[in-house]
Design a protein around this ligand. Structure first.
Ligand SMILES: NC(=O)c1ccc[n+]([C@@H]2O[C@H](COP(=O)([O-])OP(=O)(O)OC[C@H]3O[C@@H](n4cnc5c(N)ncnc54)[C@H](O)[C@@H]3O)[C@@H](O)[C@H]2O)c1
Ligand SMILES: [Zn+2]
Length: 355
């Protein structure tokens, strides 16, 4: 892998840069080219970067986690920006994990009806998934990500050197989204992961960069075909939601406390692979192969709540639904996904009881 990799995406007008040890320089460069820069840091990473303090850089920091994706934190942040004289030529830079990116992206897209926004993801999950594709948002009491916009960052900088401080639990969370990309789209990538998961989980740099690059390409494939998630077919951006219909319901049920995002969607992926198998879409041999890989990587695969009626009420709040039906993004083979429409909620309950 080269030292610097650029993915210029013309449709989205986003530039994705993969480059090591570059974050401080990146901030200085933005400050040199723009009138005013608001850098919003995850407080856990703020002190890792030493950039020249220029007068036009204003630094905020936020203690991050799912609990910041609320209307109250959004209100505080946007009012702070306005109080500090943000204007239409200001640049917003978010340096942190997926929760910070989702919150700040939403703020950037709405303050003064939209400001230029740059993203520096600092968790594996945000590097392989949430920083790509322009979705942002906050949660409500009724479910996850129910308020938000589609708003593309101008640039995304992926610097894997920042991952050294990331706890193993968070690395596994990001790895879950990498597997998701392989499962929905790329059989040979899944085989490669089966061979190399240990190296990835131990942050072997060249393997990690390859997996990040592959993941981004797969995500961009769907985002370019269906940026606003309008399609209801196998090219829909919703395919990236494999594991998330169940996963989001689990997160919401436990009020985002019991599991992190990657853990919830790991349980979600195994449950939805079982649903795929129950519906005759995925063979039992392939289902077992997937479960074996999850077990080898010590990813979560089960929680008793999936058999509880309470989860069904959460499932009906999913954004992919319409009328009384639940829509799933399922897999019909390893590396191939299918948009599965209109499962009646009683049928889903029955399936979940039986798998
Ligand atoms: N917008 C999208 O398309 C999209 C896609 C996937 C997931 N998401 C969202 O992303 C969120 C999850 O993101 P996440 O897993 O990055 O969670 P996170 O932002 O909560 O980060 C996880 C933890 O790691 C800490 N952290 C961040 N960078 C660190 C570093 N370099 N070293 C040490 N600690 C660090 C954070 O402070 C936090 O405690 C969820 O809210 C999920 O819904 C969004
Ligand atoms: Zn996800």
């Amino acid at each position: 892998m080269q030292n610097r990799l650029l993915i210029k995406n013309k449709n989205l007008k986003t530039e994705i840069i993969i480059r090591k040890n570059y974050i401080s320089k990146f901030i200085e460069e933005i400050a040199n080219k723009n009138e005013r820069v608001f850098c919003i840091f995850d407080s856990k990473v703020k002190n890792s970067f030493k950039f020249t303090k220029q007068k036009n850089i204003k630094v905020f920091s936020i203690k991050c986690g799912e609990e910041i994706k609320t209307i109250n934190v959004y209100k505080d942040l946007t009012e702070k920006l306005i109080k500090n004289n943000v204007n239409r030529r200001s640049i917003i830079v978010a340096i942190g994990g997926g929760t910070l990116g989702d919150l700040v992206g939403f703020a950037a897209s709405t303050v003064l009806r939209g400001l230029d926004f740059f993203l520096v993801p600092t968790t594996l999950l945000s590097q392989v998934d949430s920083s790509i594709g322009g979705k942002n948002g906050i949660n409500t009491n009724f479910g996850k990500n129910l308020i938000g916009t589609f708003y593309q960052p101008k640039k995304v900088l992926i610097d894997i050197s920042v991952l050294n401080s990331l706890p193993k639990k968070q690395i596994k969370s990001g790895y879950a989204e990498i597997i998701k990309h392989a499962l929905i789209n790329d059989y040979s990538f899944f085989c490669w992961l089966e061979k190399n998961s240990n190296k990835l989980l131990n942050l072997n740099k060249s393997f990690l960069e390859k997996a990040i690059y592959k993941s981004i390409k797969i995500k961009l494939f769907y985002v370019n075909k269906d940026e606003k998630e309008i399609l209801l077919n196998n090219n829909s951006r919703a395919m990236l939601n494999f594991g998330h219909t169940i996963g989001h319901a689990i997160e919401s049920h436990y009020n985002y406390k019991k599991y992190n995002h990657g853990e919830s969607i790991s349980i979600g992926m195994i449950t939805e692979a079982k649903i795929s198998n129950y519906l005759g879409l995925l063979s039992s041999v392939e289902l077992e192969r997937i479960i074996t890989h999850f077990k080898k990587c010590r990813l979560k695969i089960y929680d008793y709540i999936i058999k509880d009626k309470l989860l069904i009420n959460k499932l009906t709040k999913d954004k992919k639904n319409y009328l009384n039906y639940i829509n799933f993004s399922l897999i019909n083979k390893i590396g191939s996904s299918i948009f599965y429409k209109k499962l009646d909620k009683n049928k889903v309950y029955k399936i979940l009881k039986n798998i």
